[in-house]
Design a binder for this molecule. Sequence first.
Ligand code: C2O
Ligand code: CU
Ligand code: CU
Length: 480
Amino acid sequence: VALLIAAGGIWFATNAVRATPPAVGTIDFRAPLAVPPLAPSRVEDGVRVFELTAQEGSSSFVPEGRTPTLGYDGAYLGPTLVAERGEQVRVDVTNGLADPTTVHWHGMHLPAAMDGGPYSPITAGALWQPEWTIDQPAATLWYHPHLHGRTREQVDAGLAGMFLVQDDEEAALALPREYGVDDLPVIVQDRSFNSDGSFAGGLGMQFDGVLGDTILVNGTVAPYLDVTTERVRLRLLNGSSARMYDFAFADGREFDLIGTDGGLLQAPVTATDIPLSPGERAEIVVSMKPGERIVLRSLAPDPALNAGAASFDVMELRAASSLTASPEVPSRLADVPAADATGAAAERDFVMSGHNINDRQMDLGRADVVATVDTSEVWTVRNENPLPHSFHVHDTQFRILSVDGAAPPARLAGFKDTIALERDREYRLLVRFDDYADATTPYMYHCHLLWHEDQGMMGQFLVVEPGQQPDLKRPEGDTD
Ligand code: C2O
Ligand code: CU
Ligand code: CU
């Protein structure tokens, strides 16, 4: 079926190959949920050192055949890195691929030269050694490639992993935190397969990117999780390139939303669903009774997100016949100061339309924004067309001041680095630029639908010293 869709004055032709996962209640959850291993590390002269190798492999997802995939230190996805606030870390990244890649630390506050965006290509066979000090609250962050124009391709092939930041405040709280037991990464992705088992969905296939008919959780098709404790903490990451989810339990049960992209909320929010667009994270704690089985599902996302309409199942949680006691979720979690725009150094508008931001495509030679270090700005963001879009900012965790002039819902009141944009709503963000001035290397902001990002729905911002002249350098080897 060919459709023509008007978006921002441009007509997009699509073959409407958006696939939908099977109807709710039809999946036979048959595979134990894979849990990414914890990345080993060593301490060298006071620096915690990790090693990651991007490599080719193949994975078994479907009976049709093995799927050629990419992974870090394995065939698909990568290990979970864990570091403490205040620690100096270094990651020795080896590119074992035939192509260049980068590794971006999504949600991390760090110098632009360590950020792993398009300015830090790692050629095939090369080693890249970013080093920085972890200086932000405990949070569920993640890492993935960010090669200019090729992010979707590399992420969809399997390059992604989690990076957990820990701190003393979080450690002092009675929260589930035994990795792989009652504290689990839940990386949700959708894929479709060709008849030989390879991933379907090449570049140019759709104007939003790939929407697959098969849900993978941590790389597992039709997963179940054996639960042995009364409460379990799920660190949900929408690791899909285009699909938006609205996570809920099939029986509509309430859970506690305890954290969002940049860390814990001030207090748990009782919720029955949590929408996540690509790149967003949520930490939830759900209670189970002995012997119970519940299905984690995605409800049809809000139509204002333009993100499709289906409900489908994601994974099953199976409680053992006797469960280890878990403490109640604390009523107070973290210090989240009130978002206050007083003294903001600038106000800027960002209109998302077509594959553009403010009618412009990404240009590696242009700094779209020059901000001053240790200031805050108010960024007003709107999605002005019928395509689904989100907004992600590197380096910083922003606050949502208002949505259409009203206070944000509680689930959006904490630290965020990515938000889904409902059509024609006005999101006012308080964006803070701390610590790292660099007049030559920019950070990125962009739509996190990876196909849109690859199509140029991205801009660059420099953070400079007061009065310093920007002096943007193109990435090495760039010839655009
Ligand atoms: Cu998760 Cu600029 O990316
Ligand atoms: Cu990012
Ligand atoms: Cu978009």
